[in-house]
Write a protein that binds this ligand. Sequence first.
Ligand SMILES: Nc1nc2c(ncn2[C@@H]2O[C@H](COP(=O)(O)OP(=O)(O)O)[C@@H](O)[C@H]2O)c(=O)[nH]1
Ligand SMILES: [Mg+2]
Length: 675
Amino acid sequence: MNLFSKLIAPFKPSGSCCGPKAECTYATAQRKVAIVGNPNVGKSVLFNCLTGAYATVSNYPGTSVEVTRGKFNLHGAEIEVVDTPGMYSLLPVTEEERVARNILVQEKPDVVMHVVDAKNLERMLPFTLQLLEAGLPVILVLNIMDEAEKLGMRIDPLYLENSLKIPVLATVLTTGRGLDELKMRLSAPVSISEGPLSIPPDDPLEKQVQVLENLLQGNYGLAKRAIGLLLLQGDEEIASLVKTRDAKNAEAIMVLVRSAQSEDSQPLTYRIALHRQVQTNRIVGEMMSIPSRPELPLREKLSRMMINPLTGLPILILILYYGIYQFVGKFGAGFLVDAIENGFFEKVVNPWITQLFTAWVPWKLIQELFVGDYGIITLGVRYAVALILPIVTTFFIAFAVIEDTGYLPRLGLLIDRLFKKIGLTGRAVIPMVLGLGCDTMATMVTRTLPTKRERLISTILLALAVPCSAQLGVILALLAGHPTGLWVWLVVLCLVFLMVGFLSSRVLPGEPPLFYMEVPPLRLPKLSNVLVKTYSRVKWYFAEIFPMFIAASFLIWLGRLTGIFDMLAKLLESPVRWIGLPPQASVAFLFGFFRRDYGVAGLYDLKSAGLLNGNQIVVASVTLTLFLPCIAQFLMNVKERGWKTGVAISVFVLLFSVSVGYLVNLCLNGLGVML
Ligand SMILES: Nc1nc2c(ncn2[C@@H]2O[C@H](COP(=O)(O)OP(=O)(O)O)[C@@H](O)[C@H]2O)c(=O)[nH]1
Ligand SMILES: [Mg+2]
């Protein structure tokens, strides 16, 4: 019997996307974010984007200046946001600026988001430099990028990120562009960077700043360098703070400040501002003069293509075609199975072992048990070693290669939106694709999903609508020669998958899944990784499955001996008739209780005997694909989800599969289709 001669690839979209990431970093600590910047750059729009409607407006203590505060939740962590009044520099001129500076100094925010108008970088970056010199944890937000782009300005956040050594993002806050990335940056700690110093080292002013830095010992809430510079710029508020916080050195400090100020004909405020402007012009000038954004490396381009639906779906189809159809289907299930099954078992092992038993074991019963039609060796061992082993091994090789390249998280991102509709997230891509190899193993891997609800939904889907590679192999052999039937089978299966997922996500309680996914860089797969993973999976699979094959052969033997087998087959005749199949098919379904692929193999024999027409083959394939999970998977369901759920899933799957078979039969006949 060569079931696998003409195999057709399983094209089954599966997988999805995304799990939470940031909870682990800031699960409990409350963080504070201050939004600063000139007036009219979009600070309040950003505040509203982050916090939604929940804001409180109050006067800053002792002033008439209003400050807006709000909170929002980022991956489970609560973050407080303060929308500060507009400010042009740390040296306050207006009451608003004084309040804004006080917020930075006294409330010590964990992140200072400097929002700027990207069109006017030259005017706005000096303040960024000043914030950096003050030792604040700054994220630079280049907002209003839409207008800058319309003007044809070449603004490169990556370049600025490298020059300033802080996170830099481009946004259009009115449309929400860049907001996701901004939140992602917020979920990681922001470190303090000094950035480029604004005063050149050879300017005598720099010496004086350094001396001041050494003299300043008190705590001012800002870096000492910034305090020194503010003193030189004649900040009276700081000068009076120095008297209390650095009482010992206050005299020396103020003498130094005054002498520095008198040395120069220009006010120092002006000179310091000029230095910052020169520094800014240098950075912006260099950025604008770079001919164009450096070419994206091939790897990055490929990665983006995998995620973009337009290019990502063809890539997915190519991977399935070569990885599953050509390699697993043609090479594994076709060539290798042929060689081991026909070449080795049928020609060598079976004749030899049968002869051995007939010669040495006089009891017919025992002969039947080991070398009969359903014998332990002639069926159980042969099935495990000649059919399942090559298919599963080639699948696990293909899976390990795909896994090792880093493709799976990208596939997750690609079909995230679809999977959200059925209550799953990105991490489900791995168990779902793995299910095409072995559903039992995939059920175990659902442990990696973050919520109970996702674990349950994926367990149900794996039990019902994801055929394992062994099953795929025989189903495809059965449908060979019925290309339209294959399409009907595929479409029904996809519909069932989506519909059951959709309904369970509506019915099952629990929070909707979170969206975040770690995407590792793409790389060429490493041979050692692939070998180690494949070996350990095949080993696990065999240890799990092999004893069951032996047990199944034994049970069939026992059943036939006692007549229970025939009785059960008789019992199944009615449901089999309901779905439009001949009564002989009941034996195949009885096998299906052990393993669905056993059942399909039984159907294959009926097909060879000319007992099934095209419609019946399709109905039987659909029903058996959806049929009961194999015993190993059932036990895994019980182990992972508990007795009640495990049994409930099996009962549901059994009833559901027969109902779908009934409906497909009804539709095909009702429409007068002959496949
Ligand atoms: N075109 C464009 N306009 C923006 C953008 N962000 C904010 N604005 C507009 O800029 C104006 C000032 O925004 P607002 O948040 O009040 O600025 P704030 O003074 O910094 O709080 C508003 O009219 C916004 O609609 C953007 O990305 N693109
Ligand atoms: Mg505002």
